[in-house]
Design a protein around this ligand. Structure first.
Ligand SMILES: Nc1ncnc2c1ncn2[C@@H]1O[C@H](COP(=O)(O)OP(=O)(O)OP(=O)(O)O)[C@@H](O)[C@H]1O
Ligand SMILES: [Mg+2]
Length: 256
């Protein structure tokens, strides 16, 4: 799998009201890679994801998967959003099964795969519970299970842990990292949290705002055998600080 975003620009509106949101954004995500895009609020992160998801069309440039242009939503891309997007009236298992039902898979297969993916995200015991009976972190794990169950080629995550408090957030980062290691999934994570991006992704792109453009790309080649150790290790902290300075330099100047 090779996802290629090439020279993608996006403007909204017409004429004098045109707003340029993205300018010539280029990057790639290959099979088994974990890539992150980091930027401040309003830098166009969600727009990048919506373009890849096929929910918007680029104004210029191209988005291709294995060389084929992407222009419509498809089950080859699984989405997980910040806000819990579970159907509140369906149980965890029914939520996971939902996408597979749309795909028209046989009933027995759906049942088996639902059990399997709830197991993968550690929620086998919560199968019959409704979203409101689950914690925020558990709901996001159901959303991830639902996305994975449709067998996407790439998982697109838009601030998936943004609504969670810090402890849960850290345990969800561990969870996603372990899931990536175990299943070899391919993921693109969008976040404003630099630490999260550096912990999880082998490649991190920094998106500057107004218009959104990639100003820095780094390969994060650090020992991830323990995220808890990595978080406080010298090379990690140095890299985080260096990139934090880069991000701070991108904020609009505060003029008195
Ligand atoms: N459909 C649209 N029509 C007009 N403007 C839009 C549309 N979608 C996004 N924008 C504008 O594009 C800019 C980038 O929005 P986007 O949601 O991609 O940013 P973001 O980086 O995801 O921000 P956040 O961190 O707050 O989620 C914003 O200024 C927003 O107002
Ligand atoms: Mg966003």
């Amino acid at each position: 799998m090779h996802l290629q975003i090439a020279d993608v620009s996006k403007s909204f509106g017409y004429g004098a009201r045109t707003k340029e949101v993205l300018r010539q954004v280029s990057f790639a995500v290959n099979s088994g890679e974990f890539v992150a895009l980091v930027g401040s609020s309003g830098s166009g992160k969600s727009t990048v994801l919506r373009l890849i998801a096929g929910l918007e069309r680029p104004s210029a440039g191209s988005i291709r998967m294995d060389g084929r242009p992407l222009s419509a939503p498809g089950s080859d891309r699984g989405m997980v959003f910040q806000k819990y997007s579970l159907y509140p009236w369906l149980t965890a298992a029914q939520n996971v099964a939902f996408g597979m039902e749309l795909q028209g898979r046989p009933r027995a297969e759906i049942r088996e795969r639902t059990g399997y993916f709830l197991e993968v995200v550690g929620l086998a015991d919560a199968a019959r519970r409704l979203p409101r009976e689950l914690s925020g972190g558990m709901q996001q794990r159901v959303a991830i299970a639902r996305a994975l169950a449709a067998e996407p080629q790439v998982l697109l995550l838009d601030e998936p842990f943004g609504a969670l408090d810090i402890q849960i957030r850290e345990s969800m980062q561990e969870f996603l990292h372990n899931l990536w290691r175990r299943t070899g999934l391919t993921a693109l994570l969008i976040t404003h949290d630099l630490e999260e991006a550096l912990l999880l992704a082998g490649t991190v792109h920094i998106l500057a705002p107004a218009p959104g453009r990639i100003v820095r790309s780094v390969t994060v080649d650090l020992d991830r055998s323990s995220l808890a150790h990595l978080r406080v290790s010298r090379p990690f902290l140095d890299l985080r600080e260096e990139l934090a300075q880069c991000l701070r330099g991108l904020e609009p100047a505060l003029v008195a």
